[in-house]
Ligand binder design. Sequence first.
Ligand code: FUB
Length: 304
Amino acid sequence: VPGELLSPEDVDDRYRFTAKGNPIIKHHFTADPAAMVKGDTLWLYAGHDFAGGQQGYKMKDWIVYSTTDLKNWTEYPVSLRISDFTWAKSGDAFAGHVTERNGKYYWYISSNWSGIGVAVADRPEGPFRDALGKPLLTNKDCFASSHSWACIDPAVFIDDDGQAWIFWGNRECYYAKLKENMVEIDGEVKQLNFEGLAFTEAPWVHKHNGKYYLSYATEFPEKIAYAMADKIDGPYVYKGILNEIAGNSNTNHQAIVPFKNQWYFIYHNGGINPDGGSFSRSICIDTLNYRADGTIHKIEMTTE
Ligand code: FUB
């Protein structure tokens, strides 16, 4: 049933399905993709939207998927709910990001008004548990902010030298180093300033041929813009729009990963008829291709 919440009680096994074009998942509404590649498997961590008719971003849990060929997918029983974070008073399962370090999997999540937390698991599909029992970052870490939901949308990047970084924000983009344990901020929180179209939310950092790429949602309805830098903390040089407004969804939120010799752009639209829309979103995957100078061709959104 589209949008219906899964729970361990009613899902006793993994659910397998075959993607037929975009959106790739048609039996749930899914949003805010975060992807992690490990060996021959792409792991997809998704927000779980409600079925059509819902107003507002009021998701209660996240869902984990895996694939080895982007066609045949496995969905796992829900392993992380916003209620697992007792401090997340607003109870909205906003965007997250998963990364691995030293054999543990860290799922950074955000909750509207409550901040950013981190859950940890021994396996990529979970079960995950709140690692801290308190937020990792709160609105007071968004020192330049004029509004109360600035502390959302974490994106973590572990650089080649082993240093982990976390980026996040709404209206302003913040960043900090993470300690080796991945659950403590190391040093100062800083604000990232860059020219070009204004930052709305959804930062994602990746590296290609020695260059750093910061992609992010801009304007509203959102497009995805990107900037490039020689160092992870900038200065970032604005390069343009990477992805236009994704159909009938006001938000756009990207994950960018290499998988089996091709880069992919994973995002959401409101593409399931008749119920899809800004609050009932669906994850899509398209290819991402670089030019010789390192800039990126605009994403061609497909339905095939
Ligand atoms: O899904 C809730 C919020 O909408 C996310 O945190 C933002 O990135 C936007 O997609």
